[in-house]
Structure formats: C-alpha cells, structure tokens
Write a protein that binds this ligand. Structure first.
Ligand SMILES: [Zn+2]
Length: 703
C-alpha cells in the first residue's frame, strides 16, 4: 500500500470514518515526519485523532499529558473498545493497577499512555521515559501552561524539561487560546520550529442566544419540558441554584439531577455516569461539571448566570452538539451576576496583575452579553479570528434587534422607583406601573403614588424585559443585599433630571428567541430507541460510557439504513472492524427483530402472501412453511421475493447468507448481469437454489 493511504485506511479500520476533518491529515503527516506542532482546534473538531492515529503508525508508545482524569479514562475506554491498547496513570488508581500499567508500558504493550501533568514531571516517570521507546509526546489542554489562559497550572511549565530531553515529535493541543495564550504556549513548552494549525473556532451547528436574566426559571422549565428527550446542561453560579432548578425540573417529570463541588466524589461520579449513559437527561451544575465530559449528543447548554469570561463560556457551550447535529445555547445576561463575579475577583488572594487580567476578561463577557451585532463574530474576534460576514446562527443575526426611543418608559420607571424611595424590586415596580389592583399593592398604599398605572399599554413580560434592559444598561442597579430592591444610578438620575435619552430594543418574542428546535432528521425513531437501549445494556455490562460503543449519529444512521449484513454495517460512519467483531451481531440482530415485529402495512394484496409473511415472522424456515402450507419451497421463495420487492419488512439475511449473496453477485457480474436464473444456477455448480438466487438478485438490484 501507498504510504500516504495508510492513515486513511487505519482511520476507517479503527475509528470507522471515511475521511479526515479539517487539518487532521496535515497534522498527522507532519507528526509522523517528526516535527513539533501546535494545534488549536475547537471542541468537537477531532483533536484526539491527531495523536491517536499516529500511535497506530509510529513505533513505541505515545505519551499523552492530560489534566483531566475523567477525560483520560473516557478516551482509554473508547480506544480499548476500538481495539487499541491504551492506559491511563492517575492518582485515583490502586498501587496494583499502577504497577500493572507500568509493566505493560515497560513491555512495550501500550500504543498510548495517558498521564497527569504532575506525574509527567516526576523524576520517577522521567526515568521510565528514558528506558522506553517513545513515539510522540502530546500535551493536551496546552493552554494550561500560560497565565493568560483560563486554567493556568504551574506543573505545565515544568513540562518543558520533558520536551527538551525527548528527541521525538511533540504535539501541543488546545481548544481554547486567545492570541496572547497562543504565543505563550509554543515558547513556554519549548516547541522547536513548531507549525501552528489554527482551525476556525466557529461552531456552525450551535445556535447562540442571549436573553435578559428575568423569569429564568420559568423560561428554563418551559424549554426543558418542550425538549424532554434531549440531553442538556444548565450552568449556575451557586450550588443552591443547581439544586433548586433540578428539583423544579424533576417535578415536571424530567430526569434531572444537580452536580456541584459540595457533593462527595462518589455521588458526583454517579451523576456524571448516569448522564453519560443517557439515564439522566438534564444536569444542573456549577462549572465543576463537564470538564471531563465527552458526550456527543448534548442538545443544549443554558447559562443561568453570566460566565466569568469568554473562554469559559465558549468552552461550556462547546459541550453541545459535538456530534455535529444542531444544538442550542441560551445565556441569561444580568449585570447583577457581573457584580457578583467582580466581587469574587476583588476578594480573591491572587496577585493584582492576575486580578487585572480577570477583570478585563469579565468586561469583555459583559460586552458580549450587551452586543447587538453578530455574537459569533464577537467570539471569533476575541480569539483572533476576524471576518466581515456574519454567522447566521446567533440571535442577533436571526432576529436583529430593533431599537426605539425608550426615554419615556425609562422616565416613568425611574420616577416611580424614586417615589417609592427605591424600596421595591422589579416585579412590584412593574405591577405599580401597570396599575395592578392586587391587595398587596393597596395594602402598602402603592396605588396612591403619582406614577401608579402610568404604563398600561404594555404587556407584563414586555415591561419586565424593558426594565431588565434598563438594569443592563446601567440606569438601575439591583441591591442583592436588600431584597433585590432597585436603586437609581447616576446614569438613571441623568435621565430624570438632565434630559438624557434612552434607547431600548423591541421586546423579544420568547418563542423566537428560545433555542431553536432541532431539525427534523430522517430515521426510524422506534428503532433508534431500541438500539439506544441495547447500547446502554452493552455499555453497562462492559462498564463503559454508552458513546464508547457507538455514538448517537451512528445509531441514527443504522436506524435509517437498517443494515442487514456486516458489510453494510461497515459502511455506517463510526463503525470500525474491531467494534463489529464485538458488537456487530447484537446490533444486526436487534435491527432484524425490529423489522419483523413492525406492523405490516397492507401494501401487498392477497391472502396467500400475507399468510407467508405472518409465518416468516414466527421465525419458521422456508421448508417448514412450505410443508405446513402444502406448497413447494420455490413458491414460498417467490412469495418472499414478492413481499420484499413490495417493501414489506423482510430480512433477506434470514434466507440467504452474506456468503451466498457474495457468490451470486460475482457470478452475476461474470455472466454480464444475466436475467436467466438457470445460467446462474449452473454457474454456481447447482449448489444454491433458484429461490435464493432470485432473492439475492432482488437484493442486489434494490441496494
Ligand atoms: Zn451571528
């Protein structure tokens, strides 16, 4: 075989894909040729293939440095199911298993060995490295080496020694790196004449939406209830919010749970596993969740609170839609959250320089929330990718904001707040402006103030949105320490006393703005559910995450194509040879059983055919059916053929083996696609009967 074809062949054989994506192939070739490389690829673009595939070609073991134990373990599981020898060394293991893994490493049995940065820089490990044949060193999450990055880890800076002493190609990879971090990585790690591969950070399948932080819980429960089957993550700032939202969703019958740093390691592990295997649909989590999640079918990510910077935000929404299917995200924007985040920074014990960086980053996050132009372009330019065209998959592109003069609304709201001595929160203010006749309002005498009922022409939710905008634009401030009362800022006073004008945007239609519904896909949903259940069962038996067996896209394709034989199964994206040998038979069997149980549509007229069909469905052989019906086998084959050609649920593999189909196919081609069954019968040495030959021909022609 041509050397250039080998990576592609191995990609198909082990990972089940027909083509490389983006820069993958160039990176792999460069690595195999022995060069250092820096890879910046967004989440879900297939970073890991860049070192996993060279591991199959190069001599020795690939060392992968990764800071995330859960992610290491997931990758090791996925590699093992694909038939590639891999292991991970980390602190959560017993001495015995560490010894065993080191033994395998010494004996050259491992193609990949994952290690934590702490272990990678230890003297003991560096000594081991000297003794072994290493093919490549890959540094994952390479942005951790830079203080400009989001998750700076001091151990990473020591990796430079490991890199300097090893005369093998080095690969630094990260999914998130702004310009400053990028320049830092190559230098701090000591990469030699490294080429940088920068993939576009745009995730075209992810819809980006931002909404004012009001009515958050109602909006979330409505959205999640409407998408009760879809997997999603809801990120919150506080443990309390995660628990409260999870409880709300549970009451609505949603399989949800919370996840935060206050839980025991064991219960966190449990939640994570249940989410991985689709037993739980929604997780309400603090940022502690998702670092090690490699789940491809997350359909939405909601930010209940403002993230601390664009890196975190993009990393978190990047967990949605890794399978390439449409996914939605929603960020609730609130300046109140920004204030809390700013306090976190002020109170932290970090150096002033570091705090300064964090404040700047938070400011960019706030600007993002308030942006009225393309949000994707905002993010891309943050990461150093500048372009003119807008994305078409963010809220500002899809529903451009319509500005209008909101000075009068602002004046009325501010004036009411003033007259109430800045003593009410948003809901009460709205009730007063709209002239609510509730007993609470009357009891407190709010109906006596001058601005009571001064805005009666607006819907309640619209007015809430406008006041939210006034808060976001800095005219009001929420006092979180005093029952969320609204106080008037200097900007607000300028509107009241200095004729300053206010611009507002037209109310957002909630239907439009909430994350878009997933595109309708064409596959048999009933079969998809059957295959998912089978996958869960197999995953549990093997103690693996569900997606390590097959991901959702692969199952969907199976549900659409309904392969009958192994060779058809191999054509499905994501199915490699190793997986077929382990799981192929189970899935083929499930597809066959599903086909037979399906209710028969009456596209075929005639008692006799239907009778044969119902007997086939009870698993009887052709000989048995012929015998019971006192007909010839040939006639029964003709029935089956007729049913098959009329698209009835006939599983050809029940009657002709794939081996027989192969023989018939090649002979048919040899005989120049003859229509004479007799000629075929003779050419096949009279070993395959007429009925089978006819069925096989129908199958070939149909497929
Ligand atoms: Zn856009």
């Amino acid at each position: 075989m041509n050397k250039a074809e080998l990576p592609l062949k191995l990609l198909k054989e082990y990972f089940g894909y027909d083509t490389f994506r983006g820069h993958q192939e160039d990176i792999i070739n460069r690595t195999i040729e022995g060069h250092d490389t820096l890879v910046i690829m967004p989440t879900g673009a297939g970073k890991s293939i860049c070192y996993q595939l060279p591991a199959l070609i190069m001599d020795g073991t690939v060392i992968v440095v990764s800071p995330l134990i859960a992610l290491m373990q997931d990758q090791v599981d996925a590699l093992t199911t694909a038939g590639i020898a891999a292991a991970a060394l980390h602190s959560h293991q017993s001495d015995t298993s560490i010894k065993e893994i080191l033994g395998d490493f010494k004996n050259g049995k491992l193609k990949l060995l994952y290690v934590s940065p702490e272990r990678a820089v230890s003297n003991y490990f560096q000594e081991q490295i000297d003794l072994q044949k290493i093919s490549l060193i890959a540094i994952d999450e390479a942005h951790c080496v830079s203080v400009w990055g989001n998750d700076f880890r001091p151990e990473y800076t020591e990796l430079v020694h490991l890199i300097n002493k090893t005369n093998v190609p080095h690969l630094a990879l990260t999914a998130t790196a702004d310009k400053a971090t990028r320049q830092d990585i190559a230098q701090k790690l000591g990469l030699k004449s490294a080429k940088t591969f920068l993939s576009s950070f745009e995730r075209t399948n992810i819809n980006i939406n931002v909404q004012p932080g009001q009515n958050r819980i109602d909006i979330i429960t409505d959205y999640v209830s409407a998408h009760s089957e879809a997997s999603g993550i809801i990120y919150c700032l506080s443990k309390k919010s995660t628990e409260r939202i999870a409880k709300k969703l549970k009451e609505k019958g949603i399989k949800s749970a919370f996840y935060h740093a206050g839980m025991s390691g064991e219960s966190r592990q449990k939640v994570q596993q249940a989410f991985q295997s689709d037993e739980l649909t929604v997780i309400c989590a603090t940022i502690a969740f998702g670092m090690g999640i490699d789940k491809s079918n997350i359909r939405y990510v909601i930010h209940y609170n403002l993230p601390k910077n664009i890196e975190s935000y993009y990393q978190e929404i990047g967990r949605a839609g890794r399978d390439g299917n449409a996914a939605s995200t929603l960020l609730f924007f609130s300046l109140g959250d920004a204030k809390i985040l700013r306090q976190f920074i002020d109170q932290s014990t970090a150096s002033e320089d570091f705090k300064m960086i964090q404040r700047t980053k938070l400011n960019r996050m706030i600007e993002f929330g308030q942006a009225s132009s393309c949000r994707t372009n905002f993010i891309l330019s943050y990461f150093g990718e500048h372009r003119r065209t807008s994305c078409g998959h963010c809220d500002n592109c899809l529903h451009p904001p319509k500005f209008f003069d909101g000075t009068i609304i602002a004046q009325k709201a501010l004036s009411a707040a003033k007259r109430l001595n800045e003593g009410v929160a948003i809901n009460a203010l709205v009730d007063i402006l709209r002239g609510s006749q509730s007993s609470e309002i009357r009891r407190k005498g709010y109906d006596q103030i001058k601005t009571f009922g001064s805005i009666t022409d607006l819907k309640r939710e619209d007015l809430i949105q406008f006041i939210g905008q006034l808060i976001n634009q800095g005219y009001f401030e929420i006092d979180f320490t005093h029952y969320n009362k609204l106080s008037i800022t200097q900007l607000g006073s300028d509107v009241l006393y200095k004729d300053a004008t206010v611009s507002l945007t037209a109310p957002i239609d909630r239907e439009q703005k909430t994350p878009a519904k997933t595109k309708k896909e064409h596959y048999e949903t009933g079969l998809f559910e059957v295959l998912k259940a089978l996958r869960l069962k197999l995953a549990k038996e093997a103690n693996l995450p569900a997606y390590a067996i097959f991901n959702d896209n692969t199952l969907k394709e199976m549900s659409r194509v309904k392969p009958l034989f192994e060779k058809d199964l191999l054509d499905i994206s994501g199915v490699g040879k190793h997986k077929i040998s382990h799981y192929g038979a189970y899935f083929l069997e499930a597809i066959r059983a599903f086909n037979q149980k399906k209710i028969v549509p009456l596209s075929v007229r005639g008692e006799t055919y239907l009778k044969t069909l119902s007997m086939i469905q009870t698993d009887r052989s052709v000989a048995q059916i012929a015998n019971q019906r006192s007909l010839s086998e040939n006639t029964i084959y003709d029935h089956i053929n007729h049913l098959y050609l009329n698209n009835e649920p006939i599983n050809i593999s029940q009657f002709v083996s794939s081996d027989e189909i192969n023989k018939i196919t090649s002979t048919w081609y040899k005989l120049k696609k003859t229509e004479e069954i007799k000629l075929l019968f003779q050419a096949l040495n009279e070993k395959i009967n007429y009925g089978k030959i006819k069925l096989a021909l129908s199958f070939i022609k149909k497929s």
